[in-house]
Design a protein around this ligand. Structure first.
Ligand code: BV8
Ligand code: ZN
Length: 247
């Protein structure tokens, strides 16, 4: 992969980095993306699965979809893309990783300064009283959502369309995007807001903005550079450049 002199300089000098990731960074681990050929949205539209109304209308369908995804995620592990970001974090003053993913793979790879904008698929809570569901309540094969002690339905701890992001999460992401010298946008189609606003926020604040994706996306026009390729191949090379300089 050829890295421009400008990007090489930015990688070597950046002390504060912000990275936004989407489903694409987990694709090489075996987790399907949403809008790709084999995407999770291929069979169902998001509105049929990832909204409160969908859950209230058909709790078993939505619950089963999340159980299916949890089962998939339980069998996979972080890939070199996740690992590279965790390594980079240990070599700069501040690397803030903002992810739209709910699969927990960044945390498993060792990333610590992590903002999970869309929640965590491994968390579940009661729709009525908000109490977190104890893990033993979640029988792996259950196709209907369990009930809380208060009688309310248990729902996945992810952010559905039309729902606000976790308290303070987007504000912290905006602060990191506004303070960084280098912003990477990795494996996201840029289709979902407010996450997709972060690259332009970073660019307006003076950061050098780079996209890593096999294809161009809805936010490619906002980039200083687009590296066409897989995150698991490109990120380790970029981090090698950044880390070698820090050594
Ligand atoms: C909110 C649930 C305030 C969790 C998800 C009109 C205009 C602007 C905004 C809106 C609008 N109408 C409605 C809205 C707001 C709405 C929105 O953005 N809608 C979109 C569809 C227009 N947003 C919201 O509702 C958000 N909340 O705004 O709160 C509010 C409050 C109250 C009332 C109103 C507003 C909530 C957004 C969260 C929605 N939840 N999922 C789950 O089940 O996972 S979103 C869903 O899409 C996923 O969570 C995912 O995180 C997100 C983004 O998808 P991507 O990660 O980008 O994945 P995708 O498949 O699309 O792309 C994968 C990419 O990877 C591709 O580009 C591919 O080329 C690339 N790739 C593939 N392989 C690789 C690779 N890249 C690198 N390497 C590879 N190997
Ligand atoms: Zn309850």
């Amino acid at each position: 992969m050829d890295v421009s002199p400008e990007l090489r300089k930015r990688l070597v000098t950046a002390r504060r980095v912000c990275v936004l990731t989407g489903a694409g960074i987990s694709a090489e681990s075996g987790v399907p993306t949403f809008r790709g050929e084999e995407g999770l949205w291929r069979k169902f539209r998001p509105e049929e699965l990832a909204t409160v109304d969908a859950f209230l209308r058909n709790p078993s369908l939505v619950w089963e979809w999340y159980q299916f995804r949890r089962g998939l995620i339980a069998k996979v592990k972080p890939n070199p893309g996740h690992d590279a970001l965790a390594r980079w974090e240990r070599h700069v003053d501040e690397l803030t990783l903002v992810t739209q993913n709910v699969d927990g793979l960044h945390r498993r790879a060792g990333s610590r300064r992590l903002i999970e904008l869309h929640g965590d698929i491994h968390r579940n809570f009661c729709l009525d009283c908000g109490t977190d569901a104890a893990p033993e309540l979640l029988a792996a094969e259950a196709v209907a959502p369990p009930h809380c002690a208060c009688g309310g339905r248990i729902r996945p701890g992810v952010v559905w369309f039309g729902e606000s992001l976790p308290q303070g999460a987007f504000e912290a992401a905006v602060e990191a995007a506004g303070a960084c010298e280098l912003f990477l946008c990795v494996g996201t189609s840029g289709a979902v807001y407010p996450a997709a606003a972060l690259p332009s926020i970073a660019r307006r604040a003076g950061a050098y903005v780079v996209e890593v994706n096999p294809t161009r996306t809805e936010v490619s026009g906002q980039m200083h550079a687009t590296l066409l390729g897989k995150a698991g191949e490109i990120l380790p090379e970029l981090v090698d450049i950044a880390v070698s300089a820090a050594a």
